[in-house]
Every structure is written in C-alpha cells, then in structure tokens.
Design a protein around this ligand. Sequence first.
Ligand code: PLP
Length: 360
Amino acid sequence: MTFTIERTANPTDAATLARILENPGFGKVFTDHMVTIRWTEGQGWHDAKVTARVPFALDPAAAVLHYAQEIFEGMKAYRAADGGVTLFRPDANAKRFRDSGSRMAMPLIPEELFLEAVEQLVRIDQAWIPGGEGGSLYIRPFMFANEAFLGVRPASEYVFCVIACPVGAYFKGGAKAITIWAPENYTRAAPGGTGAAKCGGNYAASLIAQLEASKHGCDQVVFLDAAEHRWIEELGGMNVFFVRDDGSLLTPPLSGTILPGITRDSIIQLARSLGHTVVEQPYSLAQWKEDAATGRVREAFACGTAAVLAPIGTVRTAEGDFVIGNGEGGSTTASLRERLVGMQRGTQAPLVDGWIRRVI
Ligand SMILES: *Cc1c(COP(=O)(O)O)cnc(C)c1O
C-alpha cells in the first residue's frame, strides 16, 4: 500500500522543540504528524496517509463512543549511539495488535502494514526523538470502530492511527522503588474476558482501583484473580516478577487474564540466558507476604514498555503494609534493567539479532 504524505504546514519550530525535549514528561506533548489508515467492509484497508496531527471528526453515533470497540499498542523508538533510530521487537507489537483485534472482533491489520505505518511516523518526526539518557519516542498505534450505528455488533468501519510523543521516565522518581496497592474489591479481568487483549476498556475498568491506590499513597495497583481473589495477576499496565533468594525468578503464567507483555517475554529470555531459572506459575498475595517476611523473596519488579523495569518496594493492603527486601529494589532488578535498556538503546548486543529493527 502506498502512503500519501502531506507534511504539516505548521511544524514546531526548532527552539520550541528543543525546550520540549529537555523535559518531555510522559504522554503530554505529541509530535507534528500522525498516520491514519481506514478499513471498510467490502473494501478492506485503504487510504493510508501521513498528515499533520489533527482532531478526528467523529459522528456522535460512532460505535467506539458507545461500545468501546478499541485496541492499542505501546512501543518506543530509540536514538542509537550513531544517530540512527531503532525499534525494539516491533514485530511482536504488530502480532499482538492482531491478537487484540481478534478478541475484539475487529479487522486484522497485516503485520507489514502496521510496521510500515509506525516507520512512516518515526521517519517524518525523527527530530522528536530525545537523544539523552532515558529519553525515547513513545509510539501509540490504535484502532477504533468508526461506524455510525447503535446496534450491537462489530462495526463495518474502522480507523487505524499512529501518534507519538517524546518521553522521559514514566515514574516521577525515575528508577526508585514504587509502592503498590492490592485492592480488596476490584479485579481487572475474568476468565473468558478481555484481560489478554490490549483494549481501552480494560483500562477504563481499572481506573477506579488506581484512584483508590492514589488515595492510599500508592503508585500502582496489583490486581488479583477474579475467581478466588488470591492469585497475583499483574499491575494495571505492567507485568510483575518476583526474585527469590536462590536467584530464580517467578512470574504469573499467561492464563488468558493477563496481558502478554513483550517486556515480560524479553526478561524471561534474558534472565534464562544469564543463568537464572524462570518459572511461570501462580503465586498468591499471602505467599508473597510470607516470602517477603522470611526473605525467600528479596526483590519484585513491575515491567512494561513505558516504565521498563520498576522495583516494587512496598505492598499496601487494607490490613497493612509489607516491604520487599530493603524496600528499595535490588541488584537482580537493577542488572536486568541495565541489560534490557542497553539492548534497546544499542549500547549492548541484543540477545536475539532480530530484536532490533533499524528505521533510520
Ligand atoms: C501493555 C501492557 C503491559 C506491558 O506490555 P509490554 O509489551 O511489555 O509493554 C502489561 N500489562 C498491561 C495490562 C498492558 O496493557
């Protein structure tokens, strides 16, 4: 498919851009352009465009506004040491986007078209990629039902879009340990539901728990399973790992109710290559509390594209707090983080050659 390219008539001037890149924050400022591709029943994918980033004109009856038929991805472009630009495992994002689309009864975008759309945006807005340590261009591909129809069925029209924003560290404290809240009354996903799909609806459902977490002075929520309310699943937007005193790592299995994180998969492979045993098995909150007290679990961390690896220092429940290790993270978390970031930024060789995709 050929993309029509219409550069913005009002590009951000160099001085403003330099100021933005000094301290971009997370998800607040966006690049000048966007990519859109449309899908219509009978016609398939068409009208691929790179244009100025402008608001959508949506019919008030657009299906996404009523029934939330929407999926998204999150990935990053990095400035390489030689000035080039790379993506980390973007094919895994393209594949997961299709898996999410299947679950939400949406059309599946070919992986090559997804990747081309991402690369088009990275190329046209390459000046927006921060060069400094910790900076990157966060890329947000997404798709939504655009048919004006209030009947309940999969829509016959969709818009696929890619936007991007320069970002610094996800958590304000940088790599400092986070405090997480284990809610008593909320769950994120149930068996047979949409927990394994990257859809906006999962996030909408998690916000009230996040609000409760903030009220208790916590950074994030750790969700337990819906059936027994006992087993640890993941955070609102990050997977979770536990490091035990014998150096082994444990992470909850991909049971269908948690999101199959690409960071999660990369860490499993990386840790194994470094000689750690990694097990994917159910782990209860009660066991975690006990293991934290006995020292069997010395570290825990959350992981995802946005935050990379964030050590978990304290777990807060209605019954009280418990602390992991010294409450400040530990050496295994730090070294896995350093290795992963090194691969992503090209200062260390990738574990698998195909993990790094050069865009520029
Ligand atoms: C995106 C996401 C993750 C992390 O996935 P990565 O591919 O590692 O970025 C974890 N959990 C949820 C709920 C997510 O939406």
